[in-house]
Design a protein around this ligand. Structure first.
Ligand code: MNH
Length: 461
């Protein structure tokens, strides 16, 4: 798009642009740092590639208007299509398979379906608790939250057990996935050095994609042969037709959806749980408040389905953690026709911009001058009503927003509640938050020492 008049970092150089100081491992965190000083719209330029970032709440409200803008599958997502193909996350909205799969899979996230996932989610949370009970030292929080969420989507979506809590190393699918995500991310970087790196890992990438596809094909084949008629994600994909036309998903699309759901269905939720635990353990008074809520609402029992959503404060803790570090840290919007963004930035049909969510979620116009502080009370209903509707978008926007939102929130509140119910959590006082970026954000090197509580009835064993 025409970027004249849009601010950028001072010191932009001819040819290389803003390259100096940019770190390929932390593109999002670099953008957050730079964007804080530049305001609601800015650009970053790397060699021939100039990216436009829009983070002010008013401009984002315009971008979220579905009549004028839609999801753009480019940049980050373009290379992800090697993994997800025409699966829901990486499909173009005008590809027929997007609407078809969306309509077929939507029922898997309705309240009735969620009720069916509850016992499975509970089982997995029990496995987490068992592993923390057995821990003799600090636990790696991000690794254990990833075990929990991978296991949950595997079992609830596909009836497949990754055996995450029985392994000391991540499941091979996860290792392959992490490399493949990294490969996709680096494929965007227009630097000769990175291009050579990417070129030299092509063979590994092929092997990683083959491993993921192979596993998914095996899971699908096992289900087909079993003749089992489960209404989980895989069951819907295999047996259900479109509610109006009866059209079914083709086998290649089912494979793409399976990979998509396993990846999209666990990385983000895992990070959200880890950030929530990070902030809670940095703020003992908030931790105590969350714990008091769990004790009051659940007591020493395991929660029934309907008791999970009653943890209002725990939910706000998660909301606030996803405000500061939205684990899917952005989305891209494309103009449906020529338009003047904010009445002054000219976009032609097909021009697109990036919405960096951590910056939107810190926009002082919506969040005030102390936007950097962690305060779950920002999500009290009265406070939410006072804010512009588009100030908080951790699950994206419009018809391409997250289909798994309810699934993620039920799983995360349940797991966080169970952890708070049972443990005192002692942080490492020297830990400084460090965030690793792949497709998603996660705290790195964050450990806790869980000790079974002695101050609650449940804690006494
Ligand atoms: Mn999820 C899309 C964030 C959990 C499956 N998800 C999105 C988008 C965001 C997002 C943002 C929109 C991206 C874009 O516009 O390009 N998702 C999250 C977060 C969590 C999350 C922050 C957890 C916390 N997502 C889940 C879970 C599942 C899931 C759990 C599956 C069980 N998400 C999806 C799928 C899409 C999506 C599928 C694509 C939907 C579509 O475009 O039709």
């Amino acid at each position: 798009m025409d970027t004249t008049g849009i601010p950028h970092r001072p010191g932009r150089l001819p040819v290389i642009g803003d390259l100096i100081g940019a770190d390929v491992r932390t593109p999002l965190q670099d953008t957050v740092r730079i964007g804080k000083t530049l305001g609601p719209i800015f650009t970053r330029k790397f060699l021939g590639l100039e990216l436009v970032f829009v983070s002010g709440v008013d401009l984002v409200a315009e971008l979220n208007d579905e009549t004028r803008f839609g999801k753009y599958v480019g940049l980050g997502l373009k290379h992800l299509r090697a993994l997800g193909g025409d699966g829901l996350f990486t499909a173009h909205t005008n590809e027929p398979n997007w609407r078809l799969a969306h309509d077929i899979l939507q029922p898997a996230f309705h309240a009735e379906a969620m009720r069916g996932y509850h016992p499975i989610m509970l089982d997995v949370a029990r496995e987490l608790v068992a592993s923390w009970d057995a821990a003799t030292g600090p636990v790696d929080v991000s690794a254990d939250m990833t075990r929990l969420t991978l296991e949950t989507i595997g079992r609830a979506g596909f009836g497949y057990r990754f055996g995450s809590f029985e392994r000391t190393e991540p499941h091979p699918f996860v290792a392959a996935m992490i490399r493949a995500l990294r490969f996709a991310q680096l494929s965007n970087v227009p630097l000769p050095l990175v291009r050579r790196m990417v070129a030299s890992s092509k063979r590994q990438n092929r092997a990683d994609l083959a491993l993921m596809t192979g596993l998914v094909d095996e899971v699908i084949e096992t289900r087909r042969r079993s003749g089992e008629d489960s209404r989980d994600l895989l069951g819907l994909m295999l047996s259900e037709g479109h509610p109006e036309t009866g059209e079914k998903l083709d086998p290649v699309n089912i494979r793409n959806q399976a990979i998509t759901f396993v990846v999209a269905g666990h990385e983000t939720t895992s990070g959200a749980l880890s950030f929530a635990l990070y902030y809670l353990t940095r703020h003992p008074e908030l931790l105590a408040r969350a714990q008091a809520e769990v004790d009051a609402v659940w007591g020493d029992r395991e929660p029934e389905f309907a008791e999970v959503a009653k943890l209002r404060y725990v939910r706000r803790v998660l909301d606030e953690a996803m405000r500061l570090w939205p684990t899917a840290p952005g989305y891209e919007r494309e103009a449906r026709a020529d338009v003047l963004l904010g009445g002054r930035y000219r976009m032609r049909e097909g021009d697109w911009v990036i919405v960096p969510l951590p910056l939107l979620h810190r926009d002082p116009a919506a969040w005030g001058p102390d936007a950097e502080s962690f305060d779950p009370d920002r999500f009290e209903p009265a406070a939410v009503r006072k804010r512009p509707a588009h100030a908080y978008k951790p699950f994206g926007t419009g018809e391409r927003a997250c289909i798994g939102r309810q699934f993620a929130l039920h799983e995360a509140v349940l797991a966080l509640g169970m952890v708070l119910q049972r443990y005192e959590l002692e942080p490492d006082p020297d830990y400084r938050l460090e965030i690793v970026e792949s497709l998603t954000l996660k705290p790195s090197g964050f450990t806790l020492r869980p000790r079974v509580r002695t101050d609650s009835t449940l804690g006494r064993v």
